[in-house]
Design a protein around this ligand. Structure first.
Ligand code: PRP
Length: 175
């Protein structure tokens, strides 16, 4: 099996778009503190890079909600592998994701987190595949809308590999 990677979003384009997103977030949350909630594992690189661009007070927490396993397609099953460490009651929670596909993961998360009474709950994703949406969800900040290709890099994996690429690539697997 041969794996080939082609660049879909370059490192420079990610950097530039993150500056824009950070500026928008700082404006929207002026005078507030953000509780950044990273969805493991894919969201981790985007969250730490974005957080370093936010010139304001932020806190971090992590949740692991996985539905894919090692497959290239979403299974639709949601499993909480790791929950938050703290209460989010009264906090301004910003969910940070690497990608939204069917929307099932975020739909589950929104319902789950709303019951914990945050002051606000918003979503920031680096990538969005709007064509793939099964559940309609409101996304507040989107880095890039992308076509329905299997993407890797900048946090996204194929069988746990490629997460450390500095760009977003499309993966092709040939026999
Ligand atoms: C990916 C991604 C989202 C979810 C999106 O996570 O990080 O959490 O799938 O898909 P959906 O919109 O169809 O629900 P994955 O399960 O691959 O886990 P990982 O981030 O640990 O690789």
């Amino acid at each position: 099996m041969k794996e080939t990677v082609s660049v879909l979003v370059s490192q420079q384009d990610i950097e530039k778009r993150m500056d824009e997103l950070a500026a928008q977030i700082m404006k929207d949350y002026e005078g507030k503190k953000i509780y950044m909630l990273c969805i493991l594992k894919g969201g981790v690189i985007f969250m730490v890079d974005l957080a370093r661009k936010l010139e304001m007070e932020v806190e971090f927490d992590f949740m692991d909600v996985s539905s894919y396993g090692n497959a290239m397609e979403s299974s639709g099953r949601i499993e909480v592998r790791k929950d938050l460490q703290e209460s989010i009651e009264g906090k301004h929670v910003l969910i940070v994701e690497d990608i939204i596909d069917t929307g099932r993961t975020l739909d589950f998360l929104i319902q789950n987190l709303k019951q914990r009474n945050p002051a606000s709950l918003k979503i920031c994703t680096l990538l969005d595949k709007p064509e793939q949406r099964v559940v309609d969800i409101k996304v507040d900040y989107v880095g890039f809308d992308i076509p329905n290709k299997f993407v890797i890099g900048y946090g996204l994996d194929y069988a746990q590999r490629y997460r450390n690429l500095k760009y977003i690539g499309v993966l092709k697997i040939e026999e």
